[in-house]
Design a protein. Structure first.
Length: 90
């Protein structure tokens, strides 16, 4: 039931993300998207989050998407590694 509720909100999240990132002052800033609750049945896989959020349309920035579970700490290490590997903007 929880996964269905969160999946229903993805259209609103996509619209808000795209509106936010259309701001010129945010051009080039890396984007990390975390699809939480991968411990629940019916949660979206990374490729589904990428597709539903239309993350492929962001060409002016580095984008990463990881399916995680904050509760069980599943794949948090992968997301933190991605963040730590980011090169500072010069």
């Amino acid at each position: 039931m929880y996964a269905v509720f969160y999946i229903a909100n993805i259209d609103m999240a996509r619209a808000q993300l795209h509106e936010l990132l259309s701001n010129k002052s945010l051009a080039g800033i890396p984007l990390l998207v975390l699809g939480n609750k991968n411990d629940l049945e019916g949660s979206l896989q990374e490729n589904e989050v990428i597709s539903r959020m239309d993350l492929g349309s962001f060409k002016d920035r580095t984008v990463a998407c990881f399916s995680i579970s904050a509760k069980s700490q599943n794949r948090l290490d992968v997301a933190l590694k991605w963040l730590s590997d980011l090169k500072p903007k010069k």
